[in-house]
Unconditional design. Structure first.
Length: 64
């Protein structure tokens, strides 16, 4: 699984960062960003799916 965030959809609610801080961060303006290269380790898939399901703008893609 590889995460990405559509910057045109993200409104900066921060749910992704709150639910999966090991996978998401925030830029200088408070918008979500994927940490590292976006590849999710197997033990992080549950947190990634939780963040995807809770994004109100559906701005997160898992590449699946």
């Amino acid at each position: 699984m590889k995460l990405s965030i559509d910057p045109g959809r993200c409104q900066g609610h921060g749910r992704c960062h709150t639910l999966a801080p090991e996978l998401f961060g925030e830029d200088d303006e408070g918008y979500g960003q994927v940490l590292g290269d976006g590849l999710v380790p197997p033990d992080g898939e549950r947190a990634a799916r939780l963040a995807v399901a809770n994004c109100p703008e559906r701005a997160i893609d898992t590449g699946e």
